[in-house]
Design a protein. Structure first.
Length: 202
């Protein structure tokens, strides 16, 4: 989910003859991939989720839903002002992919209601992961625009700044995502409320 800022900065630290301020922006696109489950009770549905749900690299169990993001840095504009190399413009585009279950079975009115609540809850959770990712993208954009170096020495100092900022922003992003999941999945978290409600429904 991280954009590899260290390698990126090495590629974009360049000087141009003139300097002009440019508006920066963060944009995103979304795609949803459904995996289908059926069943005539909540337990049957949840059993299929446990077998067919997406996996996360390095983990053995199937997840109910996931959000994956890639970050694309575009349109970097740089220049020289006085004796300083500066970045004056950059855009960051975030590609978001959701993997969400889709119930295709038939069931009682109570089961349909429980599924609708469960599905809405999943979307709230995954959209929050997206929002944290967008916050991170805005940090990336801001970090790049903070870079400066000594134009008299081939923009010396910019790469070291890039490495420090990349480490700090990546660590911030990891903490935010992990803290959010901890509140959602911990004891008494919202996930278990909706899990239990679905599995108890016939």
């Amino acid at each position: 989910m991280k954009p590899g800022l260290r390698a990126l900065f090495l590629g974009v630290l360049m000087t141009v003859p003139s300097l002009s301020d440019s508006a920066a922006k963060v944009t995103y696109g979304e795609k949803t991939i459904h995996y289908t489950v059926n069943g005539r009770s909540g337990k049957e549905i949840y059993s299929q989720i446990g077998k067919k749900g997406p996996r996360v690299s390095g983990q053995r169990d199937h997840k109910v839903a996931t959000t994956t993001m890639t970050f694309d840095v575009r349109g970097v504009k740089a220049g020289i002002k006085g004796t300083r190399c500066l970045v004056t413009g950059v855009d960051v585009h975030v590609n978001v992919v959701y993997r969400i279950p889709k119930w295709t079975g038939k069931g009682s009115p109570a089961l349909r209601k429980a599924w609708a609540a469960f599905e809405a809850h999943l979307w709230r959770h995954e959209k929050r992961h997206r929002d944290i990712g967008l916050e991170y993208a805005r940090r990336v954009e801001s970090d790049i625009r903070k870079l400066s170096g000594d134009a008299r020495r081939d923009c010396a100092g910019m790469v070291d700044q890039a490495k420090r900022l990349a480490r700090a922003s990546s660590a911030w992003h990891d903490r935010k995502q992990e803290a959010f999941d901890a509140t959602w999945f911990g004891d008494g978290g919202q996930q278990f409320k909706y899990d239990r409600a679905l599995m108890a429904t016939k």
